[in-house]
Design a protein around this ligand. Structure first.
Ligand code: NAD
Length: 294
């Protein structure tokens, strides 16, 4: 078992750090929030006084922070001095450019780093069933893999530095668009007098089937249990979907890629958040579409 530094113990990082401790690692944890730090201590981690102290002497340092600016700041201020034997693993969802820049910065000091964003929400973080998509060299991936396996059910090498973030953003670009397409089809079906359950039974076995339809149906009482059955609470917040879509839009602009469906999905999730609904599950956008239809 290894010494692991863990920085960022929020909704996701708290459960992930706890799982590393459960697997027997010596986890030195840090968060700016004293409350988050106390929860990590109760879950078997050792509280560190600073991010640098959490990283000192660690074989691996995992970061799970809100956005690219936080990752860049922690890498520059607290992780610049780690030993070359340390592998840096950033699991936050951030922009591809920043992910590549922090990894290149580490490499100039002889330190290996990977971007390893996750698919799966808070429940998967707590249960240790996240999927990690990893960007970095083959050697860095192999060094990061055992730690990621202790927090997830699948660990996939996506390619060179930044490829993990690229996979995550492209995945959520599809997810945001298919969710809206599924929602608007259910709204139209209802207006046409088609029963929602009947439409589900057909579409989930026909060419319209997707994860948004079959596993996470946005209509209450239809399909397997989903946030729609809990008044759109829990699950994946609309605000987080919007964050990921904005990152995908920025990446598309940099790469000169046409993303018309993603652009429209971004506009609609922006309207959803501006209506004060960003805390609802992202499938709750069906209610906004139904209201807009009058
Ligand atoms: P969160 O806001 O709950 O947690 C972030 C934590 O980082 C907070 O506890 C905050 O105090 C801490 N922090 C910020 N700056 C810090 C610093 N300089 N030093 C130490 N700690 C610092 O966010 P979250 O929901 O845990 O999400 C983390 C990342 O995972 C985000 O990039 C998010 O997009 C991604 N993600 C979230 C989900 C989800 O369902 N919540 C799912 C997939 C991916």
């Amino acid at each position: 078992m290894a010494r692991v530094g863990f920085i960022g113990l929020g909704n996701m990082g708290g459960g992930m750090a706890a799982n590393l401790a459960k697997k027997g690692h010596d986890v030195r944890a840090f968060d700016l929030s004293a409350e988050a730090l106390a929860r990590a201590e109760a879950a078997g981690c050792l509280a560190a006084d600073s991010a640098a102290a959490a990283a000192e002497g660690a074989e691996a340092v995992v970061t799970m922070l809100p956005a690219g600016a936080h990752v860049e700041q922690v890498y520059a201020d607290s992780l610049a001095g780690v030993a070359a034997s340390t592998i840096l693993i950033d699991c936050s969802t951030i922009d591809v450019t920043t992910a590549r820049r922090v990894a290149e910065g580490a490499a100039t000091r002889g330190i290996a780093a990977v971007d390893a964003p996750v698919s799966g929400g808070i429940a998967a973080a707590n249960a240790g069933t996240l999927t990690f998509m990893v960007g970095g060299s083959a050697e860095a991936f192999e060094r990061a893999r055992p730690f990621l396996e202790d927090m997830g059910k699948a660990v996939v090498h996506a390619g060179a530095s930044g490829a993990g973030q690229a996979a995550k953003l492209c995945n959520n670009l599809i997810l945001g668009s298919t969710m809206i397409a599924t929602c608007e089809a259910f709204v139209l079906a209802e207006r046409l007098g088609l029963d929602a359950q009947t439409f589900f039974d057909i579409a989930s076995k026909a060419t319209a089937q997707s994860w948004s339809m079959t596993s996470y149906c946005p209509v209450p009482g239809v399909g397997p249990e989903s946030p729609a059955d809990r008044d759109y609470q829990g699950g994946f917040a609309g605000a987080l979907m919007l964050k990921d879509l904005n990152l995908a839009m920025a990446a598309a602009a940099d790469a000169h890629a046409e993303v018309p469906m993603g652009a429209r999905a971004t506009e609609l999730y922006t309207a959803f958040a501006e209506a004060g609904r960003g805390g609802e599950d992202f499938s709750g956008i069906i209610r906004m579409l139904a209201e807009a239809a009058g």
